[in-house]
Design a protein around this ligand. Structure first.
Ligand code: SF4
Ligand code: SF4
Length: 247
């Protein structure tokens, strides 16, 4: 399984494809002169699972987290709304969670922060199999490549705790990369609101489910769903939304 010539032609500069077991040298630690340089001048897109973890780390409700830390871009030119972590206006567009000592939400940092300097893309076959592709991004500001610590994409992702992130992101991909989306489906305004509610605002979703946002649910079913923990509720929400959007 490899990238096609068309895929390769679209890779950005400083980027090359990487097989999951091909070794590369890299190590990131606070002793490097580039420490936290990668936490500035970012466009950090957030997945639903990123928001779930960050909301928990900050102790805020999902609605308050979205209000304080997230920029929502909801352009009709895009199939789905996009969510980005807010950067601080400090002249360097630093992440709201970076300090001189490092990341204050390290245990719950987004998947994009964990996977860097790799990138991961997944494709899902008709039989439910997942095809993974990795790229290695070597940017001038990142000096972690000078450390001679041997890694592979497979081990690095494991070390960075990415398996759980990948599990949720692959489920969300069943919506983002649905065949109807590839065929040009346009989401209606109400569907765009459901996308934000079901995937990113789980505390408000519990309230809305109690208020009847999902038609024809029995009181027992409502109670069962709103009692789920955040991870279970997100899995339920992804599946419900997928069926709602692509009938
Ligand atoms: S969340 Fe943490 S690791 Fe990610 S950019 Fe912000 S400070 Fe850096
Ligand atoms: S080594 Fe790279 S990833 Fe690690 S702190 Fe430096 S710039 Fe960031």
């Amino acid at each position: 399984m490899g990238l096609s010539q068309a895929d390769l032609a679209h890779l950005p500069a400083n980027t090359r494809p990487l097989d999951r077991n091909t070794p590369f040298t890299f190590s990131c630690h606070s002793g490097l002169d580039c420490f936290t340089e990668c936490c500035r001048l970012l466009e950090l897109a957030l997945t639903p699972y990123d928001v779930l973890r960050l909301r928990r780390a900050t102790g805020l409700s999902s609605s308050d987290f979205l209000e304080h830390y997230v920029i929502i871009e909801d352009s009709e030119d895009e199939t789905f709304p996009r969510l980005y972590l807010t950067m601080v206006d400090d002249g360097r567009a630093s992440c709201a969670f970076v300090t001189a000592a490092g990341c204050t939400v390290y245990r719950d940092r987004p998947g994009a922060c964990r996977v860097y300097p790799l990138g991961r893309a997944s494709k899902h076959g008709a039989s439910g199999d997942t095809e993974e592709h990795y790229i290695l991004i070597q940017e001038p500001h990142c000096h972690g490549f000078l450390d001679q610590v041997t890694q592979t994409a497979e081990c690095y992702c494991l070390d960075q705790g990415l398996l759980e992130y990948n599990r949720f992101n692959d489920k969300v991909a069943s919506i983002l990369k649905h065949p109807q989306v590839r065929s040009g489906k346009i989401l209606q305004p109400e569907e765009r609101q459901l996308f934000l509610l079901f995937l990113y605002d789980l505390d408000r979703l519990r309230i809305e489910i109690s208020g009847g946002v999902i038609p024809d649910m029995t009181p027992i079913a409502v109670q069962e769903v709103i009692s789920k923990n955040d991870e279970e509720l997100l899995l339920f929400a992804i599946e419900w939304l997928r069926q709602r959007l692509f009938v």
